[in-house]
Structure formats: structure tokens, C-alpha cells
Write a protein that binds this ligand. Structure first.
Ligand code: ING
Length: 315
């Protein structure tokens, strides 16, 4: 009898600057209840799920940024209702938030996600490693993407945890553009990867067709799930936030690379699927038997070289 876990992606529509953490938490609780009605035991919420995607704004006053957008404790009084409801319903969840913490006397700020067990305990934490965008003010741009300004590069690495009868890993948004991130999780035995995202529909650097951005999102998710033989749940925060659009397309992808569920709106929406956690067994035993097929002795450049350099074999 194979192991099953009914999983939901709980997509969140727009959070405007005028929305409070209390507003967001209430919507997250409603999504949790809807996921419960669908029989879900594990729910994946988006990246930065309690506030608007504030890296789109240049804000000089760090105290203002901290007050409006960073969490000094998780949960806090405003976010506690989500944890209470999940524990009451016996549901585990992944959720992303902006983490402000004091470590060795230093204030640190990360784009963070946590894995919370059905008993309400925090099982694991991940701090986003691939930070996209820029740290300087681009006043000419239609919007900013200041993750490199507001967050530090995550310092916890890519790890997996024993979780709800499976091995779960976490990533956040831009991580899905870097195959190395998934492979490090798969090399640790990941069977399930949870990833929240906030992805603008527009490209701030050049006019890129919005449909092309969604195309990239879809092919990356299918490829990463298949090439690492893992279940992959990607959950959007989306819609027009203060007029700035982000796309939805929350997904549940099987280890075969097939999209088994996809959201169809840019609003609050729950998608769910009864995931067979042993579906990857044949793949891991044959095509993606890493131990038998991988040749790390030929992969050195992946670790040794950061940027591309032209080094042709014929000089
Ligand atoms: N958002 C976007 C993402 O990687 C981005 C930023 C979009 C970078 C498209 C490059 C190209 O999906 C976050 N929050 O990482």
C-alpha cells in the first residue's frame, strides 16, 4: 500500500499596502478551512504571505520597513490565529514571511519560510538564498525589485526534514530558476518540495511578453519535479497589488513532471491533490538513480565557477 498525503496549494490574491497582517491572517485562515474541506493535511501558502510584496517599493526609512513588513516573532499576536486554526484542524503548513532577528548582537533580515507540523510545532526553517532584483533605487523603472536591498542571502542552506511521513524540502520563488537548489534537496532524499512565490507579470528590465513569463514558470516546475523525481507544490501570491500585477498558476506537480493541479484565478484559491508519495519509486530506482548515473567528477565547474567564462577546449 503506497503512502499518500493530500496536499493543497492555498493561493493568496493581492495584499495591498493598506491591508494589515490581521487582514492577511484572516484570509489565510479561510483558505486553511477550505483546504481542510478538501481533505488536505498539508497546505502550502505563498512567499511573504502576510504583507504586500514590499520589495517593489523604495522605502528609505528602515524603521518604517521593519514596522510594516518584518516579523520579529513567528507567530506573533496578529498571526497566531493561523497557527491555532491549523493545530485545531490537525493540518501542517508551509508559509513565507519577512524575518527580522537578532543573532550575536546583529540585526538580520531574511526572506524566510517555515514548515509547521500538524501539532503546531515549527519543524524547519529556510531562508531564501537566490535573491533576485537589485539593491539600488531605479526611479525610472515602473516598479522596483529590491530583495537584494531588504534581505540578506539565506544562511541555513538547502535542507530537508522528516515531515508527515515523507522527506520535505523548502525553497522560495527565485530559487526555482536555479537547478542546483533542487538537486541539493534531492541529493538529501527530498520526496516533496514546497515553494511559495510572488512573481511580477511584467519584467522591469525589458518588455517581456507576460505569457512567456508564465511559460517559464510552467516548464521549470515540470522539469525540476521530474529531473529530481519529487512532488513539487508552488503557491502564488498574485493579482493586482496597488496596481502591480503578479501571476497565479499555483501548481501541484507529480514526480513524473505532470501538472496534476493548477489554479485558474489570480485571487484566493485552493487547489488540492491526493499525492502518492511512492509514485517516484520507479524513477529513483532506474532513470534517476543518482548513485548509479551521476558523475560528480565532471561537475566541478558548477561549484568552482560563479559566472560564465568563455574557456573553449580549442583555445
Ligand atoms: N520573484 C521573481 C521570481 O524569480 C524574477 C523575480 C522574475 C526574477 C522573473 C527574474 C525573472 O519569480 C521573486 N520574488 O523571486
Amino acid at each position: 500500500m503506497s503512502r499518500h498525503l493530500r496536499i493543497a496549494a492555498a493561493q493568496l490574491g493581492p495584499l495591498h499596502r493598506s491591508d494589515t497582517r490581521v487582514d492577511a491572517t484572516q484570509r489565510l485562515v479561510n483558505l486553511l478551512r477550505e483546504a481542510h474541506t478538501a481533505g488536505a493535511k498539508f497546505v502550502v501558502f505563498p512567499e511573504l504571505a502576510f504583507t504586500t510584496f514590499f520589495p517593489r517599493w523604495w522605502i528609505e526609512d528602515q524603521a518604517e520597513v521593519d514596522r510594516l513588513y518584518f516579523e520579529e516573532t513567528m507567530p506573533s499576536a496578529q498571526t497566531q490565529p493561523l497557527f491555532d486554526e491549523a493545530k485545531k484542524l490537525g493540518i501542517g503548513f508551509y508559509i513565507g514571511y519577512a524575518e527580522k532577528t537578532l543573532e550575536a548582537g546583529q540585526v538580520r533580515r531574511f526572506n524566510t519560510a517555515i514548515l509547521v507540523g500538524p501539532d503546531g510545532s515549527i519543524v524547519g526553517k529556510y531562508r531564501k538564498i537566490h535573491l533576485p532584483g537589485h539593491s539600488d533605487h531605479k526611479p525610472q523603472a515602473a516598479f522596483q525589485h529590491l530583495e537584494k536591498k531588504y534581505f540578506e542571502v539565506g544562511d541555513l542552506g538547502f535542507r530537508v526534514w522528516k515531515y508527515m511521513n515523507t522527506i520535505a524540502g523548502m525553497l522560495i520563488c527565485n530559487d526555482r530558476r536555479w537547478p542546483e537548489a533542487f538537486r541539493v534537496l534531492a541529493l538529501q532524499g527530498a520526496e516533496l518540495v514546497a515553494l511559495g512565490f510572488n512573481t511580477p507579470s511584467e519584467n522591469l528590465h525589458y518588455p517581456e511578453p507576460p505569457a512567456l513569463r508564465v511559460h517559464h514558470h510552467l516548464i521549470m516546475a515540470q522539469a525540476m519535479a521530474f529531473q529530481n523525481a519529487t512532488w513539487l507544490v508552488e503557491t502564488a501570491k498574485c493579482g493586482f497589488e496597488d496596481g502591480f500585477r503578479m501571476f497565479g498558476n499555483s501548481l501541484i506537480v507529480a514526480p513524473t513532471g505532470e501538472i496534476v493541479a493548477k489554479s485558474v484565478t489570480e485571487q484566493d484559491e485552493v487547489i488540492a491533490f491526493n499525492c502518492d508519495l511512492d509514485l517516484a519509486a520507479d524513477l529513483k530506482r532506474t532513470m534517476f538513480d543518482f548513485a548509479r548515473h551521476r558523475r560528480p567528477e565532471h561537475y566541478k565547474l558548477i561549484v568552482e565557477r560563479t559566472g560564465a567564462e568563455v574557456t573553449p577546449a580549442n583555445g
